[in-house]
Design a protein around this ligand. Structure first.
Ligand code: TTP
Ligand code: MG
Length: 576
């Protein structure tokens, strides 16, 4: 909560202005019943027209002042809350961007999106309402009670009993409801997750005819949310009749004591009218308390959820870089006894991996599904850090490089291509924002996608749907290759990136990549692809089972032989 409100600091002046205007408005409002009492006593009861116009004029002036202060206050409150929301959102975005993959693993996108939208909006509204009306309610209660005392202390004594009782009661309501609202926000996360998956997976849902299944899943999340919301609001709502009851009782008590005092000549009608007027204002403000409590409980829950993200100290990305200018120059990659497990798991996915790829060399990694090939790729750009052993690039541990320089030297082609919404040109240039048009086209040609792009109606300006829906799997793969090539990387990592290509296109692609003279590590399932590399590394269950040329491996590794035979049995038999 405290952390979140440090974001208000830059707007202190405007907030103070808003607050002072609110105080002006409040003071004017609190003076009105007092003036009314005076007008009744000195004007109406004394039948003095001059006094009536005098107090009437003062009342009109005061009302206008309160009106003007109110309008200006809205203006400042809106300014503060929107600027605050903007800053908070930007800062949260930067924070989330700085997270390492292991931290991001813990928060599903839906939970983060809810924080960006729902939670921030909630806090923003509360900031606005606090400056506008929320802080006014408790001050009206205090000011009203004080003014009532000034007018007639004995009548106002009734407040001494009711106000503390109500404050105690409201505090209890606030504490209980906070947990309920946190629960509610978590359900919003869950509903968003189901929604998101449902929209993203629309095709497969239709293809499997799982509409009903998904509807039930959605309804369950929806019901959970509405149950949590209902519980919270019912609880809050139940508190307002209690408030009204206590306040009405105190009004009745004031009127009863008041009439007795008038009877015995201790007070006059004007004073009773003033105190009753104050009591009405106090009870009106009290009735706003259930709304205020709702807002504050919800805001507390939302602020905690955002604070939880803001407080994460994620150091792994930026540690260790001694020399800020250290960059990848040659592209030699070396693994030394690397053992790695994902942060949330105990069992290592890679065990004692050692190999070296010299600059410009091509290494193929082959192995069964789930063997740990993709995991191995994630380690080179330091998307995850190893538990033991060491990875070196150009004979320097990768932890010694500034992360940006390290990643600048690497062209990473993920197993599942991901395209951003925008044009094809934008998607390729995303790899290197400084690339000139010829370089973009060159990369596309080398990725064997230029011809296909030229056949699109808008060529390089063709828009890619939010997830590249209007492209085939192989086209997406090749755009994602072009995006890596346009970086002119020293080390190219291709994770099964030619799986959707026919043999001829694939060999043209690998030929083109040769011209980049970069170190290439490619994961593949196909022996025919692996053979084109200088060396092949066979991974089996997280360990290196064999390392060498195709011929070496056929000789030495029964597992490799088995894979080779299963893929093109006869050919290898005859070849040997
Ligand atoms: P991968 O490294 O993804 O296996 P792979 O790339 O060899 O398999 P495929 O040919 O199918 O692409 O996974 C190895 C193990 O690590 C597997 O048990 C899943 C686990 N894993 C995670 O827990 N988190 C991750 O982010 C990844 C990539 C894998
Ligand atoms: Mg993989």
């Amino acid at each position: 909560m405290k952390l979140i409100f440090t974001f208000l600091k830059p707007y202190k002046a405007a907030a103070v202005a808003a607050f002072s205007l609110m105080l002006t408005e409040l003071a004017a409002e609190l003076l009105l019943p007092y003036f009314l009492g005076r007008m009744i006593n000195e004007g109406v009861l004394a039948k003095d027209m001059d006094r009536i116009s005098f107090w009437g004029g003062i009342m009109i002036g005061t009302a206008l002042l309160s009106f003007a202060a109110g309008i200006l206050n809205s203006f400042y409150s809106a300014h503060v809350s929107y600027a605050f929301g903007y800053d908070l959102r930007s800062s949260l975005f930067r924070k989330v961007q700085s997270f390492s993959c292991s931290t991001l693993n813990k928060y599903p996108p839906s939970a983060l999106i809810t924080r960006f939208t729902n939670d921030i909006r909630q806090i923003q509204n509360t900031v606005f309402m606090s400056l506008r009306i929320m802080a006014k309610a408790p001050l009206t209660v205090i000011g009203g009670v004080i003014m009532a005392f000034v007018v007639n202390g004995r009548l106002a004594a009734v407040f001494f009993i009711t106000v503390p009782v109500l404050i105690g009661f409201l505090y209890w309501v606030f504490k209980v409801s906070r947990g309920m609202f946190r629960n509610m926000q978590d359900r919003v996360d869950k509903l968003n997750r189901v929604m998101q998956e449902n929209l993203a997976g629309m095709r497969i849902i239709k293809a499997f005819w799982r509409r009903d299944y998904e509807r039930i899943r959605f309804e369950r999340a929806n019901e959970d949310l509405s149950r949590a919301t209902r519980t919270a609001f019912q609880f809050i709502e139940a508190s307002s009749p209690v408030l009204f009851f206590v306040m009405n009782m105190s009004l009745a008590a004031i009127l009863w004591f008041g009439s007795q005092q008038i009877g015995s000549g201790q007070t006059n009608v004007g004073q009773v009218v003033s105190v009753v007027n104050y009591a009405l204002r106090v009870s009106m403000s009290m009735s706003m308390f259930s709304f205020i409590i709702t807002s504050f409980s919800r805001t507390k829950a939302s602020a905690d959820r955002i604070g939880e993200i803001m407080r994460i100290r994620d150091v792994s990305e930026e540690t260790g870089a001694a020399d800020p200018n250290l960059a990848v120059t040659k592209g030699k990659a070396e693994f030394r006894h690397v053992t790695f497990s994902f942060p949330d798991k105990d069992e290592p996915v890679l065990k004692d991996i050692s190999f070296t790829v010299n600059p410009g060399e091509k290494l193929a990694i082959i192995g069964a599904t789930g063997a740990g090939k993709t995991s191995l790729f994630l380690l080179l750009p330091r998307l995850f850090d190893v538990q033991s052993g060491e990875i070196l690039i150009d004979d320097t541990p990768i932890t010694a490089y500034p992360v940006k320089n390290l990643r600048d030297g690497i062209g990473f082609i993920p197993q599942t291509p991901f395209l951003f919404s925008g044009t094809i040109r934008e998607n390729i240039a995303w790899g290197n924002t400084k690339a000139a048009e010829e370089e973009i086209i060159r990369a596309a040609e080398d990725a064997q996608i230029h011809a296909a792009i030229c056949n699109f109606p808008d060529r390089y300006d063709t828009r890619v749907g939010q997830k590249g829906v209007n492209l085939s799997g192989g086209q997406k793969q090749r755009i994602s290759i072009a995006r890596a090539l346009v970086r002119k990387p020293k080390i190219l990592l291709m994770d099964d990136s030619t799986s959707a290509l026919d043999a001829e296109t694939e060999s043209r692609l690998l030929e083109a990549i040769r011209r980049y003279r970069c170190t290439t590590i490619l994961i593949t399932q196909k022996i025919s692809t692996a053979r084109m590399a200088d060396k092949i590394c066979l991974i089996d269950d997280g360990r290196i089972a064999a390392l060498g040329t195709h011929e070496d491996l056929l000789e030495a590794s029964p597992l490799y032989r088995k894979i080779a035979e299963s893929q093109s049995g006869k050919e290898w038999h005859y070849a040997r």
